[in-house]
Design a protein around this ligand. Sequence first.
Ligand code: ADP
Ligand code: GN1
Ligand code: MG
Length: 367
Amino acid sequence: MAHYDFKKVASNFKVAGEFVSCEPYGEGHINQTFLLIMNENGKNVKYILQRINSNLFTNVEKLMNNIKLVTEFAREQIAKEGGNPNRESLTVILTNDDKAYYFDGENYFRVYIFIDDATAYQVVEKPEHFYESAVAFGNFANLLAKFDASKLYESLPNFHNTVKRFEALEKAIEDNISGRKDEVSAEIKFALDRKDLVSAIVSKLESGEIPLKVTHNDTKLNNVLIDNASGKAVAVIDLDTIMPGTICYDFGDSIRFGCNPAAEDEQDLSKVNFSIELFEQYVKGYMSALKNSMTQSEADNLALGAIMMTYECGIRFLTDHLNGDTYFRIKREGHNLDRTRTQFKLVSDMEAQFDKMNAIVNKYYKG
Ligand code: ADP
Ligand code: GN1
Ligand code: MG
């Protein structure tokens, strides 16, 4: 990993005290996240410092403007309701010249208040946590519904356009940049066999059957912090992908990640299973926050959204594997292939339980 002059980076932000340390932190696949510690009057104060992935987010100015607007809006609402904005929302720490990011000539950095005594889980350890994460993402969707969408820049156009994702896979198969194509013929077959699926939600968004809403678009469990003491969700984080989208996908992404008792990159597929019990927990929590604003068409497509997001994520991992691992950060050879396999195993499981999933959604939507 490249080394950065963190002391100098930190000195450009409004963080008080003496620099102590800055070490890699968390499990994100996109940005580089660090725990920054400053010593203020003898006391260590933590911050999150991130090097923004500017290969992907090509307009950091506009990206950070989105995050500033959404977090300021969230903080206001939280304060009105008597909550603690520094804990229940991401809070951007500005640079000395009042910008939301610092550019050192090569790299873009941002700093957030560290939300302490809370955990971003990589797998569900307690079903209640998963339920609480659903309530948090549901409440966050309600918050975004009140936000003026016209103020937002689309940070990653076509982010969940499964048709385009499929085309990218077809191109990756054809280009075979990594030379790995022949080793992954089973995975390629799995993906291509489901070609009919790719426009299932996109076409309903285009026709207006499913309403376009401002959504989070990256709602996995490790993008919500759970309070260590109470087990309640504290804050929804990772706001880079707030854009127009559908709650069917936000719901689906949470299911993809959280209903699997194993890690997203588990190599032993016998451990990777879709848990219908966890699915029910999530539906229960999500509906408790959202069912009053959820349309019938959205409810009808939640279970399909779960399959779509899992399939989409699988084809994105496979595309990256074929392209030579240029998008998702990897820690080992074949990492993106391992990730592909867990997603495809989950797709198969969900296909087999699709009717049950829909019945559960119905029960809580109507109930
Ligand atoms: P990425 O976009 O790479 O996924 P995230 O913004 O999700 O990056 O951050 C990665 C991890 O860092 C999170 O999963 C969480 O563990 C931790 N994290 C991020 N922001 C905060 C924060 N403000 N307070 C505490 N932990 C945080
Ligand atoms: C990435 O940034 P992170 O790790 O929270 C990715 C998501 C994928 C996810 C798979 C901007 O999320 O779309 O679903 O990995 N984020 C981006 O774990 O591409
Ligand atoms: Mg993240």
